[in-house]
Write a protein that binds this ligand. Structure first.
Ligand code: HEC
Ligand code: HEC
Length: 258
């Protein structure tokens, strides 16, 4: 006879039921907390018990602008939150939206500024073919809001002690090369008015043949290369902005590509 097992089975079932019930209550409480904190004010504490990030109080368009500002490396030339300090040739942007009307800002971002046939200094790149009109509107909203701090709108951290190719692969994103030259340097970003109709790849046989030394690669990154006037997109001038050791790392990374 296995009579004694019966109460044990009942007890077991009861425990399972209680556990399930608790899980439901906890689940509901979690849902409720999450639910109310989303619709609540910035003082609400979220389900994890941490205080909400300041992002909750940033206008979504301004937040989008802050992320685009980092993604397209505006921050690498104009400084974090446009505060300058990178190069004497690149202005701060902290008060530019007070001085210039939105249309003027749009025109500068789309068409660039200060570009010359033989640039020896950084110039404002032409972005019109690369950045969408929505993204430019977001950037302008961010400039007009005074370039507030938006949590997580930060460039990727540079890996230390893992060799130049690894460092270069992150710099390729950090300096926004990827936006124009594509992931893995595959190219393909349209540049309709240019002779090639696209921004060139940084991989493949043609690239390898023409840029067969580190020096050639580094020289063109440093100097940039103006193919024509806006709306044609040219290669920005990075001399005075990207330090030499990082130029070496970028060259090391580009040599690892297909
Ligand atoms: C390669 C470096 C570089 C990058 C990247 C860059 N800029 Fe610029 N930008 C410049 C330089 C240099 C100037 C000044 C040009 C001049 O006055 O001749 C400038 C000027 C400007 C101006 C006009 C400032 C004024 O006071 O007249 C605005 C606005 C601006 N940039 C916004 C942006 C935004 C937005 C981005 C990102 C989409 C960006 N820049 C990315 C170098 C850069
Ligand atoms: C705004 C778009 C843009 C950005 C950002 C950009 N480039 Fe370029 N790059 C170009 C264009 C356009 C050319 C073609 C210039 C030419 O044909 O003279 C070019 C050319 C080059 C070349 C020479 C390749 C060739 O076939 O002419 C190298 C190398 C290069 N870029 C590396 C980089 C690196 C590294 C970065 C990031 C630090 C970068 N580029 C960022 C647009 C860009």
């Amino acid at each position: 006879m296995r009579k004694p097992d019966l109460p044990a089975a009942v007890a077991e079932a009861a425990i399972v039921l209680i556990a399930l019930g608790l899980a439901c209550v906890a689940g509901f409480a979690g849902w409720a907390i999450g639910h109310y904190s989303r619709s609540g004010t910035s003082k609400t504490v979220n389900a994890a018990g941490t205080s909400p990030s300041a992002a909750a109080s940033v206008d979504p368009q301004v937040a989008a602008g802050a992320h685009i500002f980092v993604q397209f490396a505006c921050a690498q030339c104009h400084g974090e939150q446009g505060r300058g300090g990178v190069s004497p040739d690149v202005p701060t942007l902290t008060s530019v939206a007070k001085e210039l009307k939105p249309q003027k800002l749009r025109s500068i971002i789309d068409h660039g500024l200060g570009e010359s046939a033989n640039p020896t200094k950084p110039y404002m790149p032409v972005w019109g073919e690369v950045i969408s009109q929505t993204q430019v509107s977001d950037l302008i909203a961010y400039l007009r809001a005074g370039l507030p701090n938006v949590p997580t709108a930060e460039p990727p951290a540079i890996p230390q002690g893992q060799g130049p190719a690894v460092e270069g692969s992150v710099l390729y994103v950090r300096y926004g090369c990827i936006n124009c030259h594509g992931p893995n340097g595959l190219g393909g970003v349209p540049n309709p008015q240019s002779p090639d109709k696209t921004i060139p790849p940084l991989s493949g046989q043609d690239f390898r043949k023409e840029f067969n030394t580190d020096k050639k690669i580094i020289d063109v990154i440093r100097s940039g290369s103006v193919i024509g006037r806006a709306p044609i997109v040219s290669m920005p001038h990075w001399g005075g902005i990207i330090p030499d050791s990082q130029l070496q790392a970028l060259a090391a990374y580009l040599k690892t590509l297909k």
